[in-house]
Write a protein that binds this ligand. Structure first.
Ligand code: EPU
Length: 330
C-alpha cells in the first residue's frame, strides 16, 4: 500500500529511506530491498517507529544483527527497522550485590560486545554469546544460545511494544524453549498472515529492552571460557558468510551430523554451498541468493528424511516477500 514517506518520517521522528537493499544488513549478505528503511538508536526511537508503522498499516521487519535470518530475493514491501543502540555493547546497571548484577539492555545492544564487557567485569552468564553477531533483542526473541547455555538462562524480563501499549513480560511469559519464544512464533512466515509478506512483528509485538541477571564470579575465568568457546567455534564452524545453524537440532541428534552422514557436505546450489566444515552451515560463495539457500534447505530436508526418516525443522527466520506458497512447507 502506498505510504507518504514524509508522513511516516514525521510520525516516527526518524529519517526514512526508500528502496534500501537489505543484504548488507544480514550475515549471509542476501536479501532484496526494503520499500522503507529506518535506523533506531534506542528503545524510544524504536517504540515511536513501531507506532508510526502501525498507524500507517505498514508491516515491519526488525533487523538486529541479521545473523539468523534469510530475507527473500524480492525484499520486503514494508518498513525495515535496523535496531541499533547508542550504548553499543553496554548495559545499564539497575542493581548489584554480592550475588550478582541486574542489567537493563536496549534491544539493539551488540551481544558479542556485551558478552566480553560483562565477562571482563566478572559477571558470569553470557560467555556463550561471545561469537554471535546479533543483538540482545534478536537473541531474546529467538532464544539464541551456544555452548550449553542460552539467553533464557539470564533473562529476567523484557519490555515489549504492542499496538495496545508497552508491557513488561516475565521470563515465563516469554514462553521460552529451545531456540524459540512467543516472538519466534509471531515472526513465522506462516503465521504473519500478510499474504506472502512476512515481517517479524506479529500481534505479540517487539522487544524494546531486556533485563538480565548475571552472577558474580571471576573475570579471568569468564574470559578464559570465552577464549575456549572462540577456539571451538573457529575449529568447528566455517568462517565464510553464513546465517548460523540453518536447522534446529532434532531431539537427541545434531542436524549437522545428519546432513554430513547423508553425504551432503560441499553440495552446491547456485552460489551457495553446504559448508565442507559443518553440515548445518550454508555458506555464501559470492552472489548467492535466497532461492539458492532454499534449494539447499529443501535438498537437505529431503535427503535426511530419505536416509534417516528424520524431518529437520528450520531455525532461521524466513523474512520478506516470498512468492505465494514458496515457503509454506518449511
Ligand atoms: N557433526 C558432524 N558433522 C558435521 C557437523 C557436526 O558429525 O558436519 C557432529 C559433531 O561432531 C558433534 C555434533 O554433530 O558430535 C554436534 O555438532 P556441534 O558440536 O558443531 O554443534 P551443533 O549441534 O551443530 C550447536 C548450536 C550452535 C552452537 C553450537 C556450539 C544448534 C542448532 N546449533 O551446534 O548454535 O554454536 O552448538 O554450542 O543448536 C545457532 O543456533 O545458530 C548456532 C550456531
Amino acid at each position: 500500500m502506498p505510504v507518504d514517506v514524509v508522513a511516516l518520517a514525521y510520525a516516527s521522528g526518524l529519517a526514512v529511506e526508500r528502496d534500501v537493499p537489505l543484504g548488507p544488513y544480514t550475515s549471509l549478505k542476501i536479501g532484496g530491498p526494503a520499500r522503507y528503511f529506518v535506523r533506531t538508536r534506542g528503545p524510544r526511537d524504536l517504540a515511536r517507529c513501531l507506532s508510526a508503522a502501525h498507524q500507517h498499516g505498514l508491516p515491519v521487519l526488525l533487523l538486529g544483527g541479521g545473523s539468523n535470518m534469510l530475507i527473500a530475493d524480492r525484499g520486503f514491501s514494508g518498513l525495515a527497522i535496523k535496531v541499533e543502540s547508542e550504548r553499543r555493547h553496554r548495559a545499564e546497571v539497575l542493581s548489584e550485590d554480592a550475588e550478582g548484577v541486574h542489567l537493563r539492555c536496549d534491544a539493539g545492544v551488540l551481544l558479542a560486545g556485551l558478552s566480553r564487557w560483562t565477562a571482563s567485569l566478572g559477571w558470569n552468564g553470557l560467555e556463550w554469546a561471545c561469537g554471535i553477531p546479533g543483538t540482545a533483542g534478536g537473541a531474546a526473541a529467538g532464544n539464541a544460545g551456544a555452548y550449553g547455555s542460552d539467553i533464557a538462562a539470564s533473562l529476567v524480563r523484557a519490555l515489549v511494544w504492542t499496538p495496545d501499549g508497552e508491557h513488561m513480560l516475565t521470563a515465563s511469559e516469554m514462553a521460552y524453549g529451545y531456540r524459540t519464544s512467543r516472538f519466534k512464533h509471531a515472526s513465522d512466515a506462516r503465521t504473519a498472515g500478510n499474504a506472502g509478506s512476512a515481517g517479524n512483528v506479529g500481534t505479540t509485538g517487539a522487544i524494546l529492552e531486556v533485563e538480565l541477571h548475571l552472577v558474580r564470579g571471576d573475570a579471568s575465568e569468564s574470559l578464559a571460557r570465552i577464549a575456549a568457546n572462540e577456539s571451538a567455534r573457529r575449529e568447528k564452524q566455517p568462517s565464510e558468510r553464513s546465517c548460523g545453524s540453518v536447522f534446529k537440532n532434532p531431539p537427541g541428534d545434531a542436524s549437522g551430523r545428519l546432513i554430513d552422514a547423508a553425504g551432503l557436505k560441499g553440495t552446491i546450489a547456485g552460489r551457495m554451498q553446504i559448508s565442507t566444515r559443518h553440515g548445518n552451515f550454508f555458506v555464501n560463495r559470492g552472489e548467492g541468493c535466497a532461492a539458492d539457500v532454499l534449494a539447499l534447505v529443501r535438498l537437505a530436508r529431503r535427503r535426511v528424511h530419505e536416509v534417516f526418516g528424520v524431518t529437520l525443522a528450520i531455525e532461521i527466520i524466513l523474512a520478506g516477500d516470498w512468492p505465494r506458497g514458496e515457503v509454506d512447507d518449511l
